[in-house]
Design a protein around this ligand. Structure first.
Ligand SMILES: Cc1cc2nc3c(=O)[nH]c(=O)nc-3n(C[C@H](O)[C@H](O)[C@H](O)COP(=O)(O)OP(=O)(O)OC[C@H]3O[C@@H](n4cnc5c(N)ncnc54)[C@H](O)[C@@H]3O)c2cc1C
Length: 411
């Protein structure tokens, strides 16, 4: 009989690993959660949409967070300097988020510091009975009877392994294969200490195709830009960021802490074989590539894949890792694949400008867009539903504006 240190070894205590640990421990499994990094800030906007807010409501109740009141979208002007100096302003629209002024965790859109949120998730997992091993995994190995994880001080034996060690996952690299270059986005930005607000600002970028953001935390702003890694280098992204901050006067006088970090952003074809698993191991969260390739939202997918991992491993089925792969494919991959398809045309300035016109003109489409922003409607449904919702008068005004712009008699 092999000896096991735990039913499940989990490498990585971000949202995916900590949430899997909590659910497994609550279900009666013995769990070792291996991660040396806490407490730490993770390069991230820290934006949580409604699904994450609902799932992690009890954790959020202990974590300081900003309840977002407004989201402002900006589009680059078509065919002109993308960052014209004041007094010219970019085409923009502001969508109000209802119910946010209550400030409670039931707000549909909140922003957290990952230092506080991830620490609370780990505390929660420990309270449920998971054992935190504050060490870094340096090697992993799987055989027919179980898995080994080597840390600096010893080797750990488990029945199953959850690889939840983020974008550069060691578990993925050792037991499967690394992401190829075309599967990455690059994000770079700053934490700007000394400023806050209740407004998220999103600014679409034409080249490279991506977006800039400012997310308000309780005592700082998380500011950044992301784009496909094979379309723009960190210095190019930085240049966009610096110009935007200068013309928008965001973060003036703040103490800036820069960061750069990769984000898996998988194309549709990457999902052809489903999420990678072995007989004794599975991957969750970023390690599995479960990030929306258009918005780069990953926290929800990390939490949910951690939960699906726990359910499968606690289940009585003969092949729990296969059950996990099936559940992830049916629920999450189908959604991410639709986003990957939408990404091709989304960042064209003609498209983003058209959206801004439609949102300005149509209260019905604005209310639909709000549901997209808070994550209760997938934006791949947006185009179809927007066309169905658009009031005839609004459609006419948008069409007029488009024609005027085409004839260059309007900005
Ligand atoms: C700049 C940026 C902005 C983003 N903004 C948002 C946003 O606003 N909203 C959103 O939903 N998503 C956002 N994302 C994506 C989100 O940050 C990730 O999808 C999410 O953190 C994934 O969670 P995870 O648990 O899979 O991995 P992570 O959060 O990366 O956690 C992995 C953990 O594993 C640990 N680890 C790594 N290697 C080892 C090892 N060898 N041994 C032990 N431990 C190890 C790490 O220390 C870390 O604690 C953003 C990403 C970036 C880069």
């Amino acid at each position: 009989m092999p000896h096991y240190d735990a039913d499940v070894l989990i490498v990585g205590a971000g949202p995916a690993g900590a949430w899997a640990a909590r659910q497994l421990a609550r279900g009666g499994a013995s769990v070792r959660l291996i991660d040396a990094s806490h407490p730490r800030e993770k390069p991230c906007g820290g934006g949580l949409t409604a699904r994450s807010v609902t799932m992690a409501a009890d954790v959020l109740a202990r974590v300081p967070h900003v309840a977002v009141e407004r989201v402002r979208f900006e589009s680059p002007p078509v065919g002109r300097d993308p960052y014209p100096p004041a007094p010219r302003t970019p085409p923009s629209v502001t969508v109000d988020v209802p119910g946010a002024d209550a400030g409670g965790p039931t707000s549909p859109l909140v922003v957290v510091s990952r230092l506080a949120f991830d620490r609370a998730l780990v505390d929660n997992a420990r309270e449920a009975g998971a054992d935190l091993i504050p060490e870094r995994a340096v090697d992993v190995h799987a055989d027919g009877d179980g898995v080994w994880v080597t840390t600096r001080h010893r080797r750990w034996r488990g029945r199953y392994l959850v690889g939840a060690d983020g974008a550069n996952s060691l578990v993925r690299r050792r037991l499967h294969q690394p992401f190829p270059a075309s599967h990455w986005s690059l994000a770079t930005g700053d934490f700007a200490a000394g400023s806050s607000s209740r407004e998220i600002v999103i600014r679409f970028v034409r080249t490279p195709p991506g977006y800039l953001w400012s997310f308000p935390r309780t005592d700082h702003l998380a500011i950044g830009i992301c784009a496909p890694a094979d379309r723009g280098s960190a210095p190019v992204l930085r240049q966009h960021l610096d110009r935007w901050l200068a013309v928008r006067d965001i973060a003036r006088g703040c103490r800036m802490t820069p960061y750069s970090w990769p984000i898996p952003s998988l194309p549709v074809q990457a999902w052809a074989d489903g999420v990678p698993v072995g007989e004794r191991w599975l991957l969750a969260g970023d390690a599995a590539g479960l990030v929306d390739p258009l918005t780069r939202e990953g926290i929800y997918y990390a939490l949910r894949s951690g939960e699906l991992a726990a359910q499968s491993l606690l289940g009585a089925g003969p092949e729990p890792t296969q059950a996990y792969a099936g559940a992830v494919q049916a629920e999450l991959v189908s959604e991410l694949a639709r986003s990957a398809r939408a990404r091709g045309t989304f960042f064209s300035p003609l498209v983003t400008r058209l959206w801004i016109d439609v949102l300005r003109e149509s209260p019905r489409v604005r209310s639909l867009a709000l549901r997209v922003v808070i994550g209760t409607v997938g934006y791949y449904h947006l185009r179809r539903q927007a066309v169905a919702s658009l009031e005839p008068g609004a459609a006419l005004r948008v069409a007029r504006a488009q024609v005027a712009r085409y004839l260059r008699i309007a900005p």
